[in-house]
Design a protein around this ligand. Structure first.
Ligand SMILES: [Zn+2]
Length: 96
């Protein structure tokens, strides 16, 4: 399958490897995509400020979603208010 993601590791020729990448990874099995490669989950060997930890990323995603829903609500409120100003609703006279 040509459409499958390819390994772009640089070979000794200087060309990209182009072998099929391991599922869920960006590299082929020869270039670091193999099972068991990479740091174990939760390892903090390279932790400096924690801004890119899974936890803080999830936190920021939540904040982002919250902000988006807030702005959506605000937009909806604005859109609801605009036509109300322009439409002449029939006033109830109360003498019917
Ligand atoms: Zn490769």
């Amino acid at each position: 399958m040509r459409s499958s993601p390819r390994c772009l590791a640089k070979t000794r020729n200087g060309t990209p490897c182009m072998s099929p990448a391991v599922k869920g990874k960006h590299r082929c099995r020869m270039h670091g995509g193999a099972k068991g490669t990479g740091a174990p989950k939760g390892n903090q060997n390279a932790l400096k400020h924690g801004a890119y930890t899974r936890e803080s990323q999830e936190f920021f995603n939540e904040i982002r979603e919250l902000l988006r829903s807030c702005s959506d609500t605000l937009l909806q409120l604005q859109n609801d208010e605009l036509p109300r100003k322009n439409t002449n609703r029939k006033r109830r006279s109360g003498r019917d």
